[in-house]
Design a protein around this ligand. Sequence first.
Ligand code: NAD
Length: 261
Amino acid sequence: MVLKSKSAIITGSTSGIGLGIAHALAKEGVNVVINGFGQRDEIEDERLELEKTYQVKAIYSQADISKPQEIREMVKTAEKAFDVVDILVNNAGIQHVQPIDEFPDEKWDAIMAINLSSNFHAIKACVPGMKKRKWGRIINVSSVHGVIASPYKAAYVSAKHGVVGLTKVAALDLAPFGITANAICPGYVDTPLVRKQIPAQAKEYKISESEVIEKVLLKDQFIKEFVNVQDLGAMTVFLCSDAARMLTGQALCIDGGWTAH
Ligand code: NAD
């Protein structure tokens, strides 16, 4: 197995997409650093499950990735445990939705720090180790909002477009060193966060929960289904594989056709 015994940091992997990607990589034999917020006992259960199910090492970093110093410490911890970070998945992200003229400055700053700047700081910290091994995979979880806009999402859309730009530059800078960088751009993903919004939206729009999914959440996706975390895990594994060695600097939309029109 090509990826067996490699190691990965997946930011924001205590929930949703990041957790799905951690499972997909661990299934391939990759040792993982999981990161993010949440109940410590639940996180410990997840960590143990990853180790037990896939016979890999899993460690937890509580780094707040809005703080560059904590990112650097997380990378040091990973390198101490696993020697090198072969795969970096910049996934953690937050959202805030409000018209641009009312958009709070502190929300803009937080979204820029967590959704964009953290990607830069993590790449910068991981690259020296990757260069030594002449192999590395950087996968930045952007969004369809990294290539198109929706109203009221000034900070999120700006940050996710920034992630795509950063990915392209990383791909060019690191091409001579066996390191690829790509962005995954999902449409609506079936995460607990999204699922929790459905009953509230049904109440607000006075429609059923299944209508919320079809007419509100999946309005712009031509395949009227959520992307699921397994789809994103499989794409991540593919991007880490030898088959993807020439694939770099791309923004790969996995969005049920949303950005095709
Ligand atoms: P989620 O809320 O389920 O998970 C977010 C993760 O990030 C959690 O583990 C959380 O603890 C962590 N996190 C948040 N702030 C952090 C911080 N300061 N430091 C460390 N960890 C932090 O969300 P999700 O739906 O799984 O989204 C993950 C990524 O995918 C985000 O970048 C999001 O923008 C992107 N995305 C999501 C969707 C979707 O529909 N769910 C669509 C496109 C892109």
